[in-house]
Write a protein that binds this ligand. Structure first.
Ligand SMILES: *Cc1c(COP(=O)(O)O)cnc(C)c1O
Length: 500
């Protein structure tokens, strides 16, 4: 526990309250005093803490430092891609022209912002090998929903109403079946083969007139590149279906492989994973949707387009001397608006900055280093932890704690013990097809010293499993709080002070 002085975060702000102590001083009244509203409308007895400004700052800063963060510790949370967020991204997003812009500003007064969005659409289209991009979606799952709604609209526009089935691999992220179900599809599970690839025999059985499409994550959530992916797309297309790509994690493919070239029809990206915009705590995020030419007319609105001259509505500045004019457009058969305004603009500015600071070569170096780091961990830890799919990995490596389980220590307990060594835990128990899964994603941002320290910690925990299993089973020992009911904390957060 962090106790002592103002950093005692176990004492709530309310408990520090001293009657008459103030945190702010209002200036003297320089307008005529007005009568208060009807007393019946005023709440009596609202308990507010009476504390000074430094106390408030120290209290909340203390609380903020109790948690792990990407700016303080290695955070190898597989699939979530907790990579370093360069500070220059924030600096650019804080420029007054971006930070203080209003979403309802007339287009002619927002040309710079619209140009940025237009260029970002272009970069993402280039990176993914796709013809059209919409930035309107606010999360990966939100992008999935938009993408599968586009697939549905596409089939229905052709008068094909029989295609009700969406096939999704058993290794998929839970948002995939949820999105497909929300869009009205019947989810059917697609088995993986012994190598972790899509089982082609199982796919052949599903490929027919009722198949709307498949949702494939590449690299898969096992951190593996499906060597049959081109064949998977071919089989689905031949049956009249479409291929959705879950591109939440592009860290292994950036600058090397384009999903459009492999045969994917529509995908989403997570800018808050691959493109280094901050995430955690539920947002804000951005899950742009990119698609091939056939699906462009169905993209969610708005899409930024460019015209040669400003629309002659009398509002445009007559002095306008640029030839390009950026407009917010609605594609012809758009699934419509799916969020307020134009997406999470501040996040989009950060992703644009990230791409511009890296350039072609930098983008490619990300995937090289991310894959190198993950394979370094794979090879250094394979004698201590069971590797269920023994082949080179992509941006993340999935171990199993089965060898520890045999000695009475679970994957959860290994993960909790890592907190005592100063590392955030990896993703646990996902993907579901790996027993006692420990899914580790180092990202490109970490250096070899950090990776070596992490490897030593996991090796030490493996030794402790023999020598002192109780120590691991009771972990963590050094954090402000130990074992929490995490599901209840998320589902029934109790953030209100109620007094005694
Ligand atoms: C993170 C993730 C998602 C969901 O993204 P959100 O932004 O959290 O909605 C979907 N698929 C995969 C593979 C992911 O890793």
């Amino acid at each position: 526990m962090l106790k002592g002085g103002t950093r005692d975060t176990t004492r709530l702000l309310m408990e520090r309250s001293v009657p008459g102590r103030v945190g702010a001083v209002a200036p003297p009244l320089d307008v005529p005093a007005q009568p208060l509203p009807d007393a019946a409308l005023l709440r009596a007895g609202l308990a507010l803490p009476e504390v000074s400004e430094p106390e408030v700052v120290q209290y909340f800063t203390g609380l903020s430092q109790l948690n792990f963060s990407i700016d303080t510790q290695f955070y190898p949370l597989g699939s979530c891609t907790m990579k370093y967020n360069p500070k220059v991204n924030d600096e650019v997003a804080f420029l007054p022209g971006f930070a203080a812009i209003h979403p309802l500003q007339p287009e002619e007064t927002a040309q710079g912002a619209l140009e940025l969005l237009y260029r970002l659409q272009g970069f993402l289209g280039e990176i993914t090998g796709m013809a059209g991009v919409s930035l309107a979606t606010l999360a990966g799952a939100h992008g999935e929903l938009a993408g599968v709604l586009m697939m549905r609209a596409y089939h229905q526009a052709r008068g094909d109403f029989r295609r009700t089935k969406m096939a999704i691999p058993d290794s998929a992220h839970g948002t995939n079946p949820a999105s497909a179900a929300m869009a009205g599809f019947d989810v059917v599970t697609l088995a993986s083969d012994a190598d972790g690839n899509v089982d082609l025999d199982a796919l052949h059985e599903l490929a027919g007139p009722e198949l709307a499409g498949v949702m494939i994550t590449l690299p898969s959530t096992l951190g593996l590149f499906d060597r049959n992916i081109v064949e998977v797309c071919r089989i689905v297309h031949q049956a009249g279906g479409l291929v959705y790509g879950d591109g939440a994690n592009m860290n292994a493919l950036l600058g090397r492989v384009k999903l459009g070239d492999l045969g994917f029809d529509v995908i989403h990206l997570n800018l808050h994973k691959t493109f280094s915009t901050p995430h955690g705590g539920g947002g804000p995020g951005a899950g742009p949707v990119c698609c091939g030419p056939e699906l462009v007319p169905y993209l969610a609105a708005p899409v930024v387009n460019v015209v040669d001259v400003p629309p002659d509505d009398g509002k445009a500045d007559p002095e306008w001397d640029e030839t390009a004019f950026y407009i917010l457009d609605t594609p012809e058969h758009s699934i419509g608006k799916i969020s307020g305004f134009h997406g999470n603009f501040g996040v989009l500015v950060r992703a644009y900055t990230y791409i511009r600071t890296l350039g072609d070569a930098g983008i490619k170096s990300i995937s090289g280093n991310a894959v190198l780091n993950a394979n370094y961990l794979l090879n250094k830890l394979r004698d201590d932890y069971y590797l269920p799919y023994d082949r080179p990995c992509m941006h993340e490596v999935v171990f199993s704690a089965d060898w520890q389980r045999e000695r009475g220590v679970s994957g959860l307990e290994v993960a909790k013990r890592l907190l005592d060594y100063g590392f955030h835990a990896p993703t646990m128990y996902f993907p579901l097809i790996v027993h006692e899964a420990l899914m580790i994603e180092p990202t490109e941002a970490e250096n070899r010293d950090t990776l070596d320290a992490f490897i030593q910690a996991l090796q030490a925990i493996n030794r402790e499993t023999d020598e002192n299993p109780e120590l691991v089973r009771q972990a963590p020992h050094t954090t402000p709080v130990s074992r929490l009911d995490e599901a209840r904390a998320a589902r029934q957060p109790d953030l209100r002070w109620r007094g005694e």
